[in-house]
Design a protein around this ligand. Structure first.
Ligand code: 2AM
Ligand code: CA
Length: 254
């Protein structure tokens, strides 16, 4: 098992997405949560390659669920993270592949095909962007920070609005780009300081989780609990502003 194989797979799947630019929307899951032919084709490709090279491994992907049986190794795959951007011709989308061993992410790769940015990490081995080491920023105050806040239609707009208001007043800038995997990589690369999402699935952040922590960042739930790869909220920062961000996110009762 190696980082090169996972990286190669993400790059090939990314190239497949590029060939599908302009792909038809095949399903609307919920509100703006859509699926195109590209999501499905890229996931089928990854599943087939894993089955061919690592037949004993389990695959869990956003579009086709989990393959049968228990396995020590599990590939947690989002074939297209940022589908809404992809469908509008915006380059901010990526392939995300996390390789999990007994519940722990060992290898994480996120590939943004239109800019050819390959983010990769191996547990204990650091994180890289196109082979160059990555590290989080040194900014230590929210006041000087750029913060990404994103949400889905499934979450209460009132709760999200309350958080947005607090961050808007506290941070230097608030952004929203639409790909959780790339957002985590941007924090890992020191391009900005934090990413907050009230509810993600494992495939959205398994790879980005490892890339961020290997670059020196911190990731927890909104409540400040340690983050495994189970679905739920995500607060990801450069580490230095984490306590201050969490204190801003704690809404007073009532
Ligand atoms: P996607 O493009 O793979 O759907 C944007 O809000 C971010 O949240 C994207 O990473 C998007 O991933 C993810 N996302 C959107 N809807 C979601 C949902 N219903 N459950 C989990 N993640 C979602
Ligand atoms: Ca997806």
């Amino acid at each position: 098992m190696n980082r090169e194989f996972v990286s190669g797979l993400a790059v090939e799947a990314g190239n497949l997405l590029v060939r599908h630019l302009g792909a038809r929307i095949v399903r609307v899951k919920f509100g703006t949560d859509i699926v195109t032919e590209a999501d499905e084709a890229a996931e089928r490709f990854i599943r087939e390659e894993v089955r061919r090279h690592y037949p004993g491994h389990r695959v869990t992907g956003e579009e086709y669920g989990s393959s049968e049986g228990e396995a020590e190794w599990e590939w947690v795959v989002d074939p297209l993270d940022g589908t809404v951007n992809f469908a509008r011709g915006n380059s901010y989308f990526a392939v995300s592949i996390g390789l999990v061993h007994r519940g722990e992410v060992r290898i994480g790769v996120v590939y943004r095909p239109l800019t050819r940015e390959l983010f990769a990490a191996e547990r204990g081995g650091g994180a890289t962007l196109n082979g160059e080491p990555l590290s989080v920023s040194q900014v230590d105050r929210v006041e000087e920070s750029i913060v990404i806040l994103d949400w889905t239609r499934r979450h209460s707009r009132h709760d999200t609005f309350a958080l947005t208001e607090r961050l808007f007043f506290a941070a230097s800038k608030v952004r929203s780009f639409g790909s959780a995997a790339l957002d985590l990589c941007s924090v890992a690369a020191g391009q900005l300081e934090a990413f907050i999402h009230p509810g993600l699935s494992a495939w959205d952040f398994a790879a980005g989780h490892l890339i961020l922590t290997e670059a020196g960042g911190t990731i927890t739930t909104l409540a400040g609990e340690p983050r495994s790869i189970e679905a739920g909220s995500v607060v990801a920062t450069n580490g230095k502003i984490h306590p201050e961000v969490l204190s801003l996110l704690t809404l007073p009762p009532g």
